[in-house]
Design a protein around this ligand. Structure first.
Ligand SMILES: *Cc1c(COP(=O)(O)O)cnc(C)c1O
Length: 831
């Protein structure tokens, strides 16, 4: 076990303050929001322009963390003296120190370790290799796609003496990174998955990219790869030679260890013949339970490793049969009785459980936090110790209710001290006893190993009312947030507009993510929207743009800050503020929008009023809004507006005698007028994936995807018509018409009818025929022979850009997003 006092020698750092004697390091911690077990946690303060880890030291100390590694001692708030009985180590670079620590941990263990890299498929190859080898080995592997400079050390830290095999993936984005990962992983075996054609900004040429990735494998005994990638082959041979490589190929002319020919590829499976020369010439036929090309390639890597290990062919087939698609994302789903389900039914090892519990703990507190957990597999620990560790994780992550399913967890139920716990031997037993009304307003993490088939539990929790969902990609949302954030000067604040149900995406879920990612402010249109956020645990400052006088009490009660735009509102608010303390206000200045706000000629009176009422009214900010930020043709007008704001806001500030936040720009303005970010910007549509200025068309990722399903398909004879008013047709030739489970009551505008709108089915466009009905509409799928009832149809999303869909009916993306009705279920997911 590593002691804090070992660290100076290991990292070349110096102790700023000694830790209590014999402080052991058990957990590595990088994120102050994810403190599971403070005792024994060592926090690494990693720098960054927006979120310097040093800032969070007091917060961590409060939570009980006592061991810290820093690389900027001057940035320790209050100096080390402010942290009695905490150990501080100063190093040149905290990330390098983290990697050194993980490398030293790795060196303690002598076991075969796979390092996996390549352009695509790393995570799937890792997961499948683990599935294929789990009957023979106790495996430690990277959780999810933990393959970065930070993720790799955290993965390797999980190794313990009982493991017999390690499988870690390594991902890089620029030169110099792989050497560092190789030092941590120290692989003895390697898999180079493939080489994508995608242009990589971090590399001068494809050859340089291969060379960089190849650095993972300098010390391996055997590298596995597909011989058909010439660039990989050339460099692998140059580096390792034939004795240290083991290849497969689908190319008959090649000299390879495993020659693969595809005999048959059909509905969901691929039959292959493989021929080997060594150890004895042999041929086998295997069936892979996949038909798509990436899955076949990924499975062939695993198959090759099994052949190399000389696993008997019938046993290989048995293991291939059990391969399952890897769910790469943790999904959050609306469920019955106002519950939410975090669906993580793919695997269940200790590292994955910890990540999923982190995700659960990040959800704001609404009702109870519940965990439905199967037996935990492949931990390499004796069962009693394993379940003791699992039990310790639960209170640390706020779990108040546990449903344990499986013989092992049941046998150790005495270890769990949660308020409410129940245990079932099997998934069937749970489902037989399942009573929906026993779950109410809970956030439920469903975490089970595959063989427990917990997807059946998730299905039981999800009311299937309606075949239409709005999928919200939370990773894309964070990507977009970071795009805007990167354009701001350090210190410029970010207000995010979550009005109108967060532009249709789901207000509390989006707000929660923004709170986690430390936005500075939120804004809503009405007080009730703000109340709803508060009731869901959102504690960020919230501006309310349209506060009515009858909502002032709510503003006070829930600490919501109103925007004040007229003398009437100001006087009403002052009356309330004279009686009891009210939240600070935001002053709206009208510089040309001519909608709401104080005009320039109002300023003398406004300033006088503010001066007279300085004792009981506090102003947080002054803002204005541009009328034409998204269009270049209005640039001159926008600049006049900004100039007016720069004249007006300082007058307000002078009257108040203290400084206030000044802000003017929406999403388009942030991109177009970087010189006018002032103290804060107001991000709206850009967060949801629409770059409204048009200057950075490829910078954002689509966030929302509206999809429905085909309910039925009919074949129309010549002369027949479709739908109300017989507006579709009469058709000239026989046509196949699909009825879709979406109508104008879901937010699918009637203007999409009669050929104006298109949906995407099986990758192909299908035009809407006839009128859009209230709950349904019809699409022509004559040219999509494979279309079947149950298929999904994309209304907008990755395959049908929101901007295009909006343009088809002559509107803007804002309207399409906010029109999606509340009866459409939202599914949130993150990778
Ligand atoms: C909605 C709104 C924004 C955000 O506008 P986007 O174009 O969506 O970025 C900014 N400021 C005010 C006052 C708004 O009402």
């Amino acid at each position: 076990m590593l002691l804090f006092s070992d660290l100076p020698a290991l990292t070349g750092g110096t102790l700023l303050q000694l830790a209590p004697a014999a402080a052991r390091i058990q957990h590595l911690l990088l994120d102050s929001r994810r403190v599971g077990q403070p005792a024994g946690s060592l926090f690494f303060a990693i720098g960054g322009t927006q979120h310097d880890g040093h800032r969070y030291l007091p917060d961590l100390y409060q939570q009980g963390v006592r061991l810290f590694v820093v690389d900027n001692p001057a940035a320790i708030p209050g100096g080390v003296g402010a942290f009695p009985d905490a150990g501080f180590l100063a190093v040149g670079n905290t990330l390098a120190a983290l990697q050194a620590l993980a490398a030293r941990h790795r060196r303690q263990f002598r076991l075969p370790v796979f390092g996996i890299t390549g352009s695509n498929g790393k995570t799937i190859v890792k997961e499948w290799l683990a599935q294929l080898l789990s009957p023979d080995e106790l495996i430690c592997k990277s959780p999810r796609s933990y393959n970065s400079q930070v993720g790799v050390p955290l993965s390797v830290w999980e190794l313990n003496a009982t493991h017999t095999l390690g499988i870690f993936e390594a991902g890089i984005s620029e030169t110099g990174e792989m050497v560092r990962l190789a030092r941590v992983i120290q692989p003895t075996l390697g898999i180079f998955t493939n080489l994508g054609t995608a242009h990589d900004a971090g590399f001068a040429s494809p050859a340089e990219k291969v060379a960089e990735k190849m650095q993972l494998f300098g010390d391996v005994d055997t590298l596995f790869y597909c011989r058909d990638h010439e660039a990989i082959h050339a460099q692998a041979q140059a580096l390792l030679g034939p004795a240290r490589t083991f290849t497969w190929s689908r190319h008959h002319a090649y000299d390879t260890h495993v020659a693969v020919s595809v005999l048959e590829a059909s509905a969901g499976r691929t039959v292959v013949r493989v021929a080997l020369e060594r150890p004895v010439p042999q041929e086998h036929t295997f069936t892979l339970p996949f038909a798509d090309e990436p899955s076949v390639e990924n499975a062939l890597h695993g198959l090759t490793v099994l052949l190399w290990r000389q696993v008997p062919a019938p046993e290989i087939q048995r293991r291939l049969d059990r391969l399952q698609p890897v769910a790469m994302r943790l999904e959050m789903k609306q469920a019955l009785n106002d519950c939410y389900v975090l669906d993580d039914t793919y695997n269940n090892d200790l590292a994955g459980l910890r990540l999923a519990l982190d995700a659960l703990a990040r959800q704001p507190r609404r009702g109870r936090r519940t965990l439905i957990l199967s037996d935990v597999l492949e931990s390499g620990l004796p069962a009693a110790e394993l379940y003791a560790r699992v039990a310790a994780l639960l209170p640390a992550h706020g779990v108040e209710r546990l449903v344990g399913i499986g013989p092992e967890i049941g046998a150790h139920q005495a270890l769990f001290s949660v308020a409410k716990a129940e245990f079932y031997p099997t998934t069937e037993a749970f489902l037989a006893a399942f009573q929906p009304e026993q779950f109410h307003q809970e956030t439920i993490l469903v975490k089970g190993a595959r063989r427990f088939e917990f997807e059946r539990i998730v299905a039981a929790f999800q009311q299937k009312i309606h075949g239409t969902v709005l999928e919200v990609n939370l990773d894309a949302l964070v990507h977009n947030l970071n795009f805007y954030r990167a354009r701001l000067q350090p210190g410029t604040r970010l207000m995010v507009m979550v009005k109108a149900f967060a532009y249709g995406s789901g207000s509390y879920e989006v707000a929660n993510l923004l709170q986690f990612h430390r936005a500075d402010y939120l804004a809503v249109a009405y007080a009730d929207e703000g109340v709803e956020l508060r009731q869901h645990g959102i504690s960020l400052p919230i501006m309310v743009m349209n506060p009515s006088p009858d909502s002032f009490q709510k503003l006070r009660q829930y600490h919501l800050e109103p925007e004040i735009y007229s003398f009437e509102r100001l006087q009403e608010y002052l009356r309330a503020a004279q009686e009891q303390a009210m939240p600070a206000i935001h002053l709206k200045l009208d510089t040309g929008m001519r909608r709401l706000g104080f005009a320039e000629e109002d300023l003398p009176e406004l300033c006088a009023t503010l001066r007279q009422n300085a004792a009981h009214l506090r102003v947080a900010s002054a803002l204005t809004h541009l009328a034409g930020a998204d269009e270049e043709q209005h640039n001159d007008f926008s600049r006049q507006q900004l100039a007016a704001f720069q004249r007006m806001a300082p007058q307000v500030e002078a009257a108040l005698g203290y400084s206030i936040i000044k802000h003017a720009l929406n999403s388009a303005g942030i991109v177009r007028f970087p010189e006018a970010h002032y103290d804060m910007v107001r991000l709206g549509i850009g967060l949801y994936g629409v770059e409204a200025s048009g200057q950075q068309p490829d910078a954002l990722r689509p966030v929302s995807s509206l999809r429905t399903t085909i309910s039925q398909i009919k074949t129309l004879a010549p002369g027949q018509t479709v739908g109300y008013g017989r507006r579709g047709g009469p058709v000239e030739h026989e046509r196949r018409i699909a009825t879709l489970a979406i109508g104008y009551a879901d937010g699918y505008d009637r203007r999409f009818g009669n050929g104006v709108g298109e949906v995407v089915i099986r990758g192909q466009r299908a035009p809407i025929v006839g009128n859009v009905c209230m709950d349904m509409c019809m699409a022509d799928v004559t040219h999509i022979a494979a279309a079947r009832p149950g298929d999904s149809a994309v209304v907008f999303g990755e395959e049908m850009p929101l901007r295009e869909a909006a343009a088809r009916i002559g509107t803007i993306p804002y309207e399409l997003l906010t029109n999606v009705s509340e009866r459409v279920k939202r599914v949130f997911f993150a990778e």
